[in-house]
Ligand binder design. Structure first.
Ligand SMILES: *Cc1c(COP(=O)(O)O)cnc(C)c1O
Length: 439
């Protein structure tokens, strides 16, 4: 399969090139040249299949031409070492719980898959071409760093450097990438998240560094991180069929969105034949996409800080993919995707009400998704929202809203007990470069 850039100014790339480069040379996002529909027979029997079996079929449609069948099977199965159960919340609203992985957020799926696929490509290279190891650089304001670090943990031949802004990451998040050791190095930058991001960008552009070491990014725009997220949309459908004696009804998926990678994966699943009525993108106060749907004008804005902070994005990077998927037509996007936007106080009110009435504890991101379904579902529709993180990841916020302690899952508590280790650096590129060269 070839991958083209959403800016159409770069040569097409192979899967390996798209994964290793992340972004196309013209700064566009890579898109697969074809979206292969799955046969009707797959959908007829989907409820008899396991999550891993479903994911293997979907992965084969995307990556089957480029990755040997056995290897792809192994990569998918070892990525999906945890379940993503569909849980009933009200009579017509279900939560697809994506927080049962190592860092308790949906990004585990994409990060784990990408780590394994990158390792596959490294191993495939002839020894003469193989450099000693591949270095992954990732800047994080919290969640991405933990998913990437844990996804790549103990993956042979790859070393990960996580750059994070000093004092600006929650203690739970920080413990998820500073306590791992092994092939993960955490670097605490005396600066902001933007400083971390520009250090990483400068490193990729530095010819001298590139001569000395092989560098790659694990950015969320990477095709190996975003496409695998379609797996659980199919699995949600399979679970729903099981609960409803094979009658799919009219399904609406609602995805709490920031950079729009997750919902974009859902749209790919739909293009592959998943029977979905429509999608809703639920946003916090960062409402650029919502405004686009209302007006047809896309106007990026600086991001605003909210209690659903993983969605504090003012210029969603996957917007280009969504546009491309619909041939640039605003009308076509509006037909399949609607939007919703909620303030912090609406998010808090939703968490409180859902907990009281339905005894289901939402996290601030999932709360946007749940509320958008509550307000927008039409007669005869059933809604599935993606519960993108465990509420305990936002313990203080959620506890103060519901006025009760939030139970901490054992694997999250284990991170908190580990010894945090990081290397302190300034925000100047020369210092960062010297550090990398000295490794
Ligand atoms: C990253 C993240 C999101 C946003 O996902 P996108 O793919 O960027 O739209 C939503 N919720 C949580 C908990 C996240 O970590």
């Amino acid at each position: 399969m070839r991958y083209y850039s959403t800016n159409y100014q770069a040569p097409q790339a192979s899967l390996k090139e798209a994964v290793v480069n992340g972004l196309a040379p013209d700064k566009g996002l890579y898109m697969p040249e074809h979206i292969n529909p799955l046969p009707q027979q797959f959908f007829d029997h989907i409820s008899e299949l396991t999550f891993q079996q479903i994911a293997c079929k979907v992965a084969d449609a995307f990556f089957g031409e480029d990755v040997a069948a056995e290897d792809l099977h192994r990569i998918v199965c070892s990525t999906l070492s945890f379940d993503t159960p569909l849980v009933r919340v009200t009579s017509n609203i279900y939560a697809l719980e994506l927080f049962h992985g190592p860092t308790l957020a949906f990004k585990d799926v994409g990060a784990r898959f990408m780590a394994r696929l990158l390792q596959y490509f490294i191993r495939q290279e002839r020894p003469a071409e193989r450099s000693s190891r591949v270095n992954v650089l990732v800047a994080t304001s919290g969640d991405t760093g933990s998913a990437v670090a844990n996804g790549f943990l103990c993956v042979d031949g790859i070393h990960v450097y996580v750059l994070y802004p000093k004092g600006k990451v929650s203690p739970i998040q920080e413990s998820q990438f500073t306590t791992l050791g092994q092939n993960i190095t955490a670097i605490e930058i005396d600066g902001t998240f933007d400083d971390c991001q520009s250090l990483v960008k400068n490193a990729f552009m530095d010819a001298d560094l590139k001569r000395h070491m092989s560098l790659t990014s694990a950015n969320s725009i990477n095709v190996a991180r975003f496409l695998p997220q379609s797996f659980y949309y199919f699995y949600a459908y399979a679970q729903y069929l099981k609960l409803h004696a094979g009658n799919p009804g009219r399904l609406v998926f609602c995805t709490p969105s920031g950079n729009f990678g997750n919902i974009c994966a859902g749209l790919f699943a739909w293009r592959m034949g998943l029977p979905v009525e429509r999608f809703i993108a639920a946003n916090n106060a960062n409402d650029v996409f919502y405004r686009y749907l209302q007006s047809g004008n896309y106007k990026p804005k600086p991001s605003r800080q909210t209690i659903a902070n993983a969605m504090d994005v003012g210029n969603p990077s996957n917007f280009a993919r969504i546009q491309d998927l619909f041939g640039g037509s605003w009308e076509a996007i509006c037909k399949s995707v609607s939007g919703a936007t909620y303030t912090d106080s609406q998010i808090a009110e939703t968490i409180r009400a859902c907990h009281e009435r339905h005894h289901y504890l939402l996290d601030p991101h999932g709360a946007c998704g749940y509320r958008a379904l509550e307000e927008n579902l039409k007669d005869g529709e059933t809604g599935i929202f993606l519960e993108t993180a465990h509420p305990a990841k936002f313990k203080d916020t959620v506890e103060s809203i519901v006025g009760a302690p939030v139970e901490m899952p054992a694997r999250l508590a284990a991170f908190m007990q580990g010894k945090r280790r990081s290397i302190a650096l300034g925000n100047d590129f020369a210092g960062f470069k010297n550090f990398l060269l000295s490794r």
